[in-house]
Design a protein around this ligand. Structure first.
Ligand SMILES: NC(=O)c1ccc[n+]([C@@H]2O[C@H](COP(=O)([O-])OP(=O)(O)OC[C@H]3O[C@@H](n4cnc5c(N)ncnc54)[C@H](O)[C@@H]3O)[C@@H](O)[C@H]2O)c1
Length: 257
């Protein structure tokens, strides 16, 4: 798909994956909406990308806020791509293995929180974006748009203590195909990327070196964490390549645990 005449919505757009995808797609001439709650990083990124890119403060826990971000993108140009790459607020319950060492169980509220942050919000962005894309004039390729969600290898094989996160990301993997089926008659594709371990802002507290030392050796080859631009490259390829549809692509250097 030629994205140059369209707009792109990136949720978590100021984050590691989001900013990498935003830079790549902005570089192709798309009008980018950086949707996030990190105001300073979001504003800075929008001015770095230029070409009319906008930072729109967007809380992915709020449907109204998501609708507002989609409308902002549509005002710039027809919405052709939604890259869904946000994190979200931390839960009150610290989580852990389902039954913790002290015999207590991880709360249902904790499980529901993860579904809400990582899955319900992704459905909300996907469906609101698809509703807008459905109104686009189709391109010569008969395509109207593409939705790219972010799963995780935890959706295939999580680690101990990852039941809620793994379930949410498993939902994203399932949604990639089911959305693609529903949206096919409208000329809208749906894909998901399942990253392994990437050095994004999510590891800022730990520090880059400590994160590399701990997680780099888990990767089969190359023996390092992923670079967010490797996610950006794949997001770009998914947007541009009309024959990629209805599946989840692992992007993990062969990591399997
Ligand atoms: N980094 C990894 O190793 C990894 C691996 C697999 C999957 N993922 C997934 O990738 C996605 C992005 O994570 P990342 O690693 O780029 O993290 P990140 O911390 O670099 O980016 C996440 C972004 O989401 C934003 N955000 C937080 N709360 C928000 C809210 N309420 N509304 C809107 N935006 C909000 C943050 O401000 C941040 O900019 C997440 O869904 C995560 O589960 C990450």
């Amino acid at each position: 798909m030629d994205i140059s005449g369209g707009s792109v919505l990136v949720t978590g757009g100021a984050g590691g994956f989001g900013s990498a995808a935003a830079r790549r797609l902005g570089g192709l001439g798309a009008k980018v909406v950086v949707a996030d709650v990190a105001d300073e990083r979001g504003e800075a990124l929008a001015s770095e990308i230029g070409n009319g890119a906008q930072y729109v403060r967007t809380d992915i826990m709020s449907e109204d806020s998501i609708v507002n971000a989609v409308e902002a993108a549509c005002r710039l140009a027809p919405l052709r791509a939604a890259i869904i790459a946000h994190g979200g607020p931390l839960p009150d319950d610290p989580g852990g293995r389902t039954i913790r060492k002290d015999g207590s169980r991880v709360s249902v509220a904790h499980f529901a929180h993860y579904l809400s942050v990582y899955l319900t919000s992704a459905y909300c962005v996907s469906s609101v974006a698809a509703e807008a894309m459905a109104k686009n004039e189709p391109l010569r390729s008969n395509q109207r748009g593409v939705i790219v969600n972010t799963a995780s290898i935890a959706g295939f094989e999580g680690q101990p203590g990852q039941v809620p996160y793994g379930a949410a990301k498993g939902g994203i993997i399932s949604m990639a195909l089911n959305l693609a089926r529903d949206l096919a008659p409208l000329g809208i594709r749906s894909m998901a990327i399942a990253p392994g371990t990437f050095l994004t802002y999510a590891f800022a507290q730990m520090g880059n070196e400590a994160a590399q030392e701990r997680f780099g050796p888990l990767v089969l080859n190359p023996k390092r964490m992923g670079d967010p631009d490797e996610y950006g490259m794949l997001a770009q390829q998914i947007v541009e390549n009309d024959f990629l549809n209805a599946t989840t692509i692992r992007l993990d250097g062969g990591q399997r645990f």
